[in-house]
Design a protein around this ligand. Structure first.
Ligand SMILES: NC(=O)c1ccc[n+]([C@@H]2O[C@H](COP(=O)([O-])OP(=O)(O)OC[C@H]3O[C@@H](n4cnc5c(N)ncnc54)[C@H](OP(=O)(O)O)[C@@H]3O)[C@@H](O)[C@H]2O)c1
Length: 252
């Protein structure tokens, strides 16, 4: 069986690997799933509401990718998702925690339930998925996890306090599970900056975010997918958070 910890050529860097991508019905999750498949991985595609979107991703991949439903705000469904993916793929070796919820929470209107929503969907799900997958990886002697954090998890945004806190938790979970799963498993995170404008957010918001990057432009889903593949295949990298943000995180 190919080993996730053995360096290989870039083209089929993930040949033999069996990956679960959460939130693979659209946008970044879809592109990450496609690029993992291009790199040779078998990929199970998770969705919550958008089965048609996940099936479109499977079609784009062109293989018989398992399509699996779970509401990740429910810890039992999150745990079951890992078990189903493991069974469908015949042994999971890579978990990409991409699914998340995102919306503005202004100071004037945010409340306790906003905190619970963001923490359960964005952070507790990563905890449960990593716990269940991590135990499998530890027992089998190998496996890797790549989390989708956000630069807002490094420096919080005032209009998105519970979202930012949930992504800070993802960064902490990345480091904690890296310690707990070593030396058998590796855990890293990508922290994207502005890549795809959030649905329903005013466009000037996105342009302001881009203005704060050093490179003064949007990133692309392929930029993020390339970082995911790097972290999935880098044998001596664990516990790290890689900003893919056009320099946003060093720009004051
Ligand atoms: N877009 C960016 O520029 C950007 C920047 C920084 C960080 N990120 C991070 O990158 C990741 C992907 O971003 P994106 O913009 O592509 O996200 P998105 O368009 O908002 O997609 C979110 C995905 O998460 C799933 N999801 C939402 N709530 C869920 C729940 N309760 N249970 C299970 N699945 C749920 C959705 O599934 P269904 O559609 O099936 O319901 C969807 O596939 C996220 O972690 C995000 O925080 C993105």
């Amino acid at each position: 069986m190919p080993d996730v910890d053995r360096p290989r050529g870039a083209e089929q860097a993930l040949a033999g690997e069996k990956a679960l991508v959460t939130g693979a019905s659209r946008r970044l999750g879809r592109r990450i799933a496609e690029r993992l498949a291009d790199a040779g991985a078998e990929v199970a595609l998770h969705y919550r509401t958008d089965r048609a979107g996940a099936e479109e991703t499977a079609e784009a991949i062109g293989a018989s990718s398992p399509v699996l439903r779970a509401d990740l705000s429910d810890p039992d469904e999150a745990a079951r998702l890992v078990e189903e993916a493991d069974q469908a793929l015949g042994g999971l070796t890579l978990l990409v925690n991409n699914a998340a919820t995102f919306r503005r929470t202004p100071l004037e209107s945010m409340d306790a339930s906003d905190f619970d929503t963001f923490m359960s969907v964005n952070a507790r799900s990563v905890y449960v998925l990593s716990l269940v997958a991590g135990r499998l990886f530890k027992a089998r002697g190998r496996g890797a996890i790549v989390n989708l954090a956000d630069v807002a998890g490094l420096v919080p945004w005032p209009g998105f306090i519970p979202y930012s806190a949930s992504k800070a938790a993802v960064i902490s979970l990345t480091k904690g599970f890296a310690k707990a799963l070593a030396p058998e498993g590796r855990v890293n995170a990508v922290a994207p900056g502005p890549v795809l404008p959030p649905v329903g957010e005013p466009s000037e918001q996105g342009e302001q975010a881009v203005a704060k990057t050093l490179l003064k432009r949007w990133g692309s889903p392929d930029d993020v997918a390339a970082a995911v593949i790097f972290l999935a295949t880098a044998p001596y990298v664990t516990g790290q958070v890689l900003p893919v943000d056009g320099g946003r995180s060093v720009n004051g």
